[in-house]
Write a protein that binds this ligand. Structure first.
Ligand code: SF4
Ligand code: SF4
Length: 346
């Protein structure tokens, strides 16, 4: 530690970023700040589109990341017709990115990029600071990880199995879908008593148990976790070097028993490599690419770097091909919003 403080500020920053836990949090906070900025821009846009302000602010397309139902329906339509969604194209692009990223680089999307994951982590830290955190027995941890699969199954059945293509096409063109982003904003700005109770329970659960929302209830994370099972990127543990101290599991945000497996392919693994940083035995835990004993050793930051590169590639492809910004004219959206508002509040 004293060597660390003897370094120049730049060397200190470089040294800090070579620690998995610090790199992990730095990237999480950077994306959280980005989403706060997006939220403010979106609020200004919503004021204009609902006819409450005369100042036009373009909609930040990345807000469509919060419309997973519309994106899931658009993905089915893309699969069967080859047609890209014109209403919320950024939402579809982000879903495709998240799926591809999980397939290749584990759940780096959840671990580094998702603001709900960061807030969940911060809530867990607050609970720990207040002395509220509970130790969860293994069986309870398993039981609490199941609801998200049930919620995912419900949505898959309802949206992908029950709805045929004409129904999906019809839904995607409805004014309701076009206004889904602002309706979501209003849903949280003017919460119903039921929503307040649910949010209160999630807040309390988040302080009692680490990553309560992500591990227990997020259907998006459940879907990405299932895709990540096939990822060639995984943590490998060298059993001959492992002393069984379990520091890896204590450092793991998902509380995975890392010390139990030689190759860890767990749907909860975020690829954050905090376990590597916590392991005191050199080269005992490694991030590797491949499925066999010949799997190639990679630097600890590979899941993050791969995921960010993929994000940049997909973003530039979407922007250059016109599949990022909604093709629905802004004036038409404003008209839809005002009409919906008149129908709901005559
Ligand atoms: S097992 Fe390691 S890489 Fe996976 S979530 Fe836990 S700390 Fe992160
Ligand atoms: S921290 Fe390292 S040595 Fe300790 S149990 Fe985990 S893998 Fe084994």
């Amino acid at each position: 530690m004293s060597t660390f403080f003897a370094l120049s500020p730049l060397a200190r920053l470089r040294s800090a970023l070579q620690r998995p836990a610090i790199l992990h949090r730095t990237v999480q906070y950077a994306f959280l700040a980005f989403y706060l900025y997006v939220g403010l821009r979106f609020y200004a846009y919503a004021q204009w589109v609902m006819g409450l302000s005369a100042d036009y602010v373009p909609k930040p397309a990345s807000v469509e990341a919060f419309l997973p139902i519309s994106a899931l329906l658009a993905a089915k339509r893309l699969l069967f017709t080859g047609e890209y969604d014109l209403v919320h194209p950024a939402g579809l692009t982000i879903l495709l990115f998240a799926l591809a990223s999980s397939l290749l680089f584990r759940k780096a999307f959840c671990g580094y990029l998702c603001p709900a994951g960061t807030l969940s982590m911060l809530l867990g830290r607050l609970g720990k600071a207040l002395g509220l955190r509970c130790r969860m027995p293994g069986w309870l941890s398993l039981v609490l990880s199941l609801p998200k699969y049930a919620i995912l199954l419900f949505f898959v059945y309802l949206l992908l199995i029950q709805m045929d293509l004409p129904a999906i096409e019809g839904f995607l063109r409805t004014p309701y879908n076009m206004a889904a982003d602002t309706k979501m904003l209003l849903f949280f700005l003017h919460p119903s008593p039921t929503l307040l109770i649910i949010l209160g329970l999630l807040l309390l659960g988040g302080m009692l148990f680490p990553a309560f929302w992500c591990r227990g209830f997020c259907p998006y994370g459940a879907l990405l976790g299932l895709f990540s099972l096939f990822s060639p990127l995984a943590l490998w543990r060298n059993a001959t070097r492992c002393t069984g101290c379990r520091r890896c599991s204590r450092a793991c945000p998902s509380r995975i028993p890392v010390y139990e497996k030689s190759r860890l392919s767990n749907p909860e693994c975020l690829g954050c490599t905090e376990c590597i940083g916590a392991c005191p035995e050199p080269d005992c835990l490694q991030l590797r690419f491949g499925y066999t004993a010949k799997a190639r050793i990679l630097p600890f930051w590979s899941a993050l770097a791969g995921s960010l590169m993929l994000l940049c590639l997909m973003y530039f492809w979407a922007v250059s091909s016109g599949n990022w910004t909604s093709r629905v004219p802004a004036d038409m959206l404003r008209e839809h919003h005002v009409n919906i508002s008149r129908m709901e509040h005559p």
